[in-house]
Ligand binder design. Structure first.
Ligand SMILES: [Ca+2]
Ligand SMILES: [Ca+2]
Ligand SMILES: [Ca+2]
Length: 204
């Protein structure tokens, strides 16, 4: 907590804009085993997030400070279609989203993302940390850059989402503490931020 106090004294405020987007998918069933030609079957997969079809779910954290947390954020995935989704693909993209002015050095989106630690990433009560999302950048913790570098597809019961069913994704992000350590946050991070999208694709 000492570092947090120091940070407030310095007026250091990182701008983190996290927009968790829904890549809605609409896939039609086809029977490829029919040698007479594909038959388009009735039914659809239609993935919604937080009750909205094909729109972006925003999490706006205008002044997440070093050591500060987003709190636990829940994104509900719902299959509003009639067919069972049997696999779920998840990918993350982000880009620089800096404030004006941007004091000190202009840090890259990767620099900032590597300092947004992910302390909870659970889907349907299973954690993705250490399993599908690993410490790709080898800094000793899980972070937003790792999440981006680990796109994955869930299959089996984890990837299954029946028509009309919902599953929750819970995520908590914490900005690294202020300090001189390699993976900490310094004055140069003032004004630097990222805008992130998580894309969910439900496949049949
Ligand atoms: Ca920047
Ligand atoms: Ca890491
Ligand atoms: Ca800066």
């Amino acid at each position: 907590m000492g570092s947090l106090k120091k940070v407030i004294g310095l007026g250091l405020a990182g701008l983190i804009v996290l927009s968790l987007g829904a890549g809605a998918t609409l896939a039609y069933a086809s029977d490829s085993q029919d040698s007479l030609g594909n038959q388009v079957a009735a039914g659809t997969l239609d993935l919604w997030t937080n009750g909205t079809d094909g729109t972006t779910q925003n999490i706006y954290v205008p002044s997440l400070k070093p050591g500060g947390s987003t709190g636990e954020v829940t994104i509900t995935l719902t299959n509003h279609g009639t067919r069972t989704g049997t696999s779920l693909s998840v990918s993350v993209a982000y880009s620089e989203s800096d404030a004006t002015p941007n004091p000190g050095l202009n840090m890259s989106a990767d620099d900032v993302a590597a300092r947004i630690e992910i302390t909870k990433l659970e889907y349907d009560w299973d954690t993705w940390l250490g399993t599908v999302v690993t410490d790709k950048n080898a800094n000793g913790y899980y972070d937003l850059q790792d999440f981006k570098n680990c796109p994955f597809t869930l299959t089996g019961s984890q990837g299954t989402l029946n028509g009309g069913a919902s599953k929750d994704l819970k995520v908590t992000m914490v900005m690294r503490p202020f300090g001189s350590g390699t993976w900490n946050v310094t004055n140069d991070y003032m004004g630097d931020g990222v805008s992130a999208d998580i894309t969910f694709t439900l496949n049949q």
